[in-house]
Design a protein around this ligand. Sequence first.
Ligand code: GDP
Length: 309
Amino acid sequence: MFDNLTNRLSRAMKTLRGEARLTEANTQEMLREVRMALLEADVSLPVVREFVAKVKESALGTDVAGSLNPGQALVGVVHKELTAVMGGDLGADASELDLTTTPPAIILMAGLQGAGKTTTTGKLARLLVTGELIQNGRKIPKKKVLVVSVDVYRPAAIEQLRTVAGQVGADFFPSAADQKPRDIALAAVDHARKHHYEVLIVDTAGRLGVDEAMMQEISMLHGLIKPIETLFVVDAMQGQDAVNVAKAFGEALPLTGVVLTKLDGDARGGAALSVRHITGKPLKFIGTSEKLDGLEVFHPERMAQRVLG
Ligand code: GDP
């Protein structure tokens, strides 16, 4: 395992004892540690570079008189900047799910195969069905939720969603391998309207890698059903690769948010920083377990803390 940033910084801090100011010279060693720690936490190189430059700029203007030592002042600067780039700069309601539209509020799930789309569809449906979703201190009233899969390439994926929906108490709109994704999507929206569903979550097909046909299909579906939320689901364990995938999805679709899954594993959370940077979109949820109650609202400072270690 890697050494965490806090350990690295406290070691580097020793060299700063007795200094009254953070200067170009005395912060160099610590900035090097910040850079190494972020790379080890799987943040992509260009993002690390930009971040370290920001920390440096902010640190050089920091008066350390009030801190126990300059090292601690620098840790504070790193934490503050990290929280900001994780989404703290977007305001408190950035990670809220937007459901304020004429029902049904449509949520489109996008991402590679295996990222956790179907599981997250179930988890999100569960939060909405049970009324357990808390956003900005407010409980969101229970919703009537319909889920549908347009993954006609993998019948097992459709069955998986049926099972998951049953487990969380959401209704399932059936679909089959011999149908066209657009027909399924339109029929599901129509059904949701007629039966007064408040939320419709559309689970889409994923490929093992980004490919043109898949991007065209999801972009077509987006234009067709005009979701209020388009969530990009990405596996935190993908580390550096998450950047390229995020870039491709961000270019193909007007994303409204990101869900980072599998944060219960070893992933340090560096992908959160990269994906947020690449897409410019807020992280809205994190997946913290294989189980269907393992979805949490994203908090920038908590993720900053996790990356800091
Ligand atoms: P999809 O192909 O994008 O629909 O991915 P799935 O929803 O089928 O998920 C792929 C695998 O990842 C499954 O084994 C899930 O149980 C697992 N998974 C999804 N989200 C999480 C998570 O947050 N934590 C853990 N540990 N596993 C997850």
